[in-house]
Design a protein around this ligand. Structure first.
Ligand SMILES: C[S@@+](CC[C@H](N)C(=O)[O-])C[C@H]1O[C@@H](n2cnc3c(N)ncnc32)[C@H](O)[C@@H]1O
Length: 454
C-alpha cells in the first residue's frame, strides 16, 4: 500500500504508520527511531480529529516524541510519557522553538572549546569504554561534561540527582547531536538488526577516533539541527500562525503513572511491541553517554520496560480479563515443545500482558468520557504461533472500558524476515501494523455501578 494513500477510520484520516526513509528528512533524520511512526501520519490523524483549542493529547509511550511534536505543530497541548531517559531527551529536543536556531552553533563551539582546553579525567568504569578506547571516550565525556556544566542548572538538578524531564530544549538538542555523533562513530558495530549494536570483541577492537573527527561530527549535527529549525520556521510562516500550546514530556512508567481521571481528550500512541525487542538495548550507546546523569542502571530500566527480555521476579497469573485471544495464545505458548517455551518465554510473555493490562487501565481512567484513543500495534509470531496483538489489545481495551470503533491494517516486511530461525517454523513472511481506534465508554466512565447496567 502506498504510504501516502489516505484511509478513513471512524472519521479519522489514517496514512501508513510505517516508517519511510524518504520521509525522514529534517529533524526526523537525526534520530531515526526504528520504533517510531512518521510525523506526517501523526499530524494528519490529529488534524482530522478536529479537537478543541484547549484539548490535551496524551502519548503514554511517546518514544522519540512524534505525537507531542505533531500536536505542538498543530497548536494542541500535549503530554508525552516514556520510561527511557534517552527518549525523554530526544522528545524534548524535538520541541525546541525555531527562535532558538541562531544560538545553537555558537553554543556548540563554546562547548567544544572547553572540551579541548580542559581535558576530563575519565572514570575506569565509564560506560563509554565498552565501545571507545580511553582517548576517544575521554573526549566524548569531555563534551558531555561541558553540556552538563553549562546547560544543566538548578531547574534540572535536585538533591537526589538530575531530573531529565526538566532539561531545557537547548540542552536536549546538544545531547541529541552528541548521541548522533557517537552512533556515527560506532557504525562498524551496526548489525542487520536495527535495534542491536554489537560490542567490540576485545579492547583492541574499540573505536579509535581523532578529536577533530568527533568535533566535526558533533558540530555538523548541531548545524543540521539548527537548519532544520529554520526550515520549520519557514513552514510555520507559510502555513499561518498556530495557536500557542504547552507540551510536557515526563519520565514515568505507565504501569504506575498517576493521571487525574477524565483529564485527557485524545490518545495517540504505539505501545511497546511484543517481539522481544529490548528497548534499552536499542539505546545502549545513548545510555552510555547519559550514564553520569542516570538515577538507575540500564539493567533495572530494562526490567521495568513493557516487552522486557528479563524474567520478572513476581509469579504472574493469567487473568481471564485479558481476553480469550490472549489466554489461548499463552496456553499454546506454554505447551509448545520447543526449549524454554514453558519457562523463560512463557514468563516474559506473562510479564508483557500483565504490564500492558495495568497500563491500559490507567490510560482509560485518564480519558474523558467519549474521548478517543488510537493505538498503532504490530502482530508477530512466537515460532509458528500467531501473536495477534491487535486483537489482544482490542479485547484488553474492552475490559478497561474502551469501546472498539474500527481498524486499518498495513502489511510490511518485518525484522523476523531477516531472522534465519524463521524458516524452521511455518509462518507467513512479513507482519501487519494495525491502527486501532477506540472511544472511552461513557457508561464505564460513570463508574462500575453504571457500567454493569450496559
Ligand atoms: C513503539 S515505541 C513508541 C514510538 C513512538 N510512537 C515514536 O514515534 O517514536 C514504545 C515506547 O514505549 C516505551 N516504554 C516501554 N515500556 C514502558 C513503560 N513501562 N512505561 C513508559 N514507557 C515505556 C519504550 O521506551 C518505547 O520508547
Amino acid at each position: 500500500m502506498a504510504s501516502e494513500e489516505k484511509l478513513t477510520v471512524a472519521g479519522l484520516n489514517i496514512l501508513s504508520p510505517k516508517r519511510n526513509k524518504r520521509l525522514q528528512s529534517g529533524w526526523e533524520g537525526f534520530f531515526p527511531y526504528y520504533a517510531g511512526y512518521p510525523e506526517l501520519f501523526a499530524r494528519e490523524l490529529l488534524r482530522s480529529a478536529q479537537l478543541p483549542d484547549d484539548a490535551v493529547v496524551l502519548d503514554p509511550w511517546n518514544g522519540s516524541g512524534t505525537t507531542t511534536y505533531a500536536a505542538n505543530q498543530l497548536g494542541l497541548n500535549s503530554i508525552g510519557i516514556d520510561l527511557n531517559p534517552v527518549m525523554i531527551i530526544v522528545a524534548r529536543a524535538r520541541l525546541l522553538a525555531p527562535s532558538e536556531a541562531d544560538h545553537l552553533r555558537p553554543l556548540a563551539a563554546n562547548i567544544m572549546w572547553h572540551a579541548h582546553a580542559s581535558p576530563t579525567t575519565l572514570a575506569d568504569d565509564d560506560a563509554l569504554l565498552d565501545w571507545y578506547n580511553p582517548a576517544t571516550a575521554r573526549f566524548i565525556r569531555g563534551i558531555e561534561q561541558n553540556i552538563r556544566r553549562s546547560l544543566l542548572g538548578s531547574m534540572t538538578r535536585s538533591p537526589d540527582g538530575i531530573n531529565l524531564d526538566r532539561i531545557s530544549g537547548t540542552a536536549a538538542t546538544m545531547y541529541v547531536a552528541l548521541f548522533a555523533a557517537c552512533r556515527r562513530l560506532a557504525a562498524p558495530f551496526r548489525s542487520s538488526n536495527p535495534t542491536w549494536l554489537r560490542m567490540p570483541k576485545s579492547d583492541a577492537d574499540r573505536i579509535d577516533a581523532p578529536q577533530t573527527l568527533i568535533a566535526r561530527y558533533f558540530a555538523d549535527n548541531v548545524g543540521g539541527l539548527s537548519d532544520a529549525l529554520v526550515a520549520q520556521q519557514d513552514d510555520l510562516l507559510r502555513n499561518g500562525r498556530r495557536q500557542p500550546s504547552q507540551s510536557e514530556i515526563a519520565l514515568s512508567n505507565t504501569t504506575t503513572m498517576d493521571f487525574a481521571a477524565h483529564s485527557i481528550d485524545f490518545v495517540l500512541t504505539s505501545p511497546p511491541y511484543c517481539t522481544r525487542i529490548d528497548y534499552t538495548a536499542a539505546t545502549r550507546i545513548e545510555l552510555a553517554v547519559l550514564s553520569p546523569l542516570l538515577k538507575t542502571t540500564a539493567r533495572s530500566l530494562g526490567k521495568q520496560m513493557i516487552g522486557s527480555t528479563q524474567v520478572p521476579n513476581d509469579r504472574i497469573q493469567v487473568d481471564p480479563a485479558w481476553g480469550a485471544t490472549c489466554v489461548n495464545f499463552l496456553e499454546a505458548l506454554k505447551k509448545h515443545p520447543s526449549k524454554a517455551s514453558s519457562g523463560y518465554y512463557y514468563r516474559t510473555h506473562l510479564d508483557y500482558f500483565d504490564k500492558m493490562s495495568r497500563s491500559l487501565a490507567r490510560v482509560s481512567r485518564a480519558l474523558k468520557p467519549g474521548a478517543r484513543a488510537i493505538f498503532v500495534v504490530q502482530d508477530s509470531h512466537y515460532k509458528e504461533l500467531h501473536n495477534d496483538l491487535p486483537t489482544i489489545i482490542t479485547e484488553l481495551c474492552d475490559s478497561h472500558g474502551l469501546r472498539f470503533e474500527g481498524r486499518q491494517n498495513f502489511r510490511f516486511r518485518s525484522m523476523s524476515d531477516i531472522n534465519p530461525g524463521r524458516k524452521s517454523y511455518q509462518r507467513p513472511a512479513g507482519a501487519t501494523e494495525t491502527v486501532l481506534c477506540f472511544a472511552k465508554d461513557v457508561a464505564s466512565a460513570l463508574g462500575p455501578r453504571f457500567a454493569d447496567r450496559r
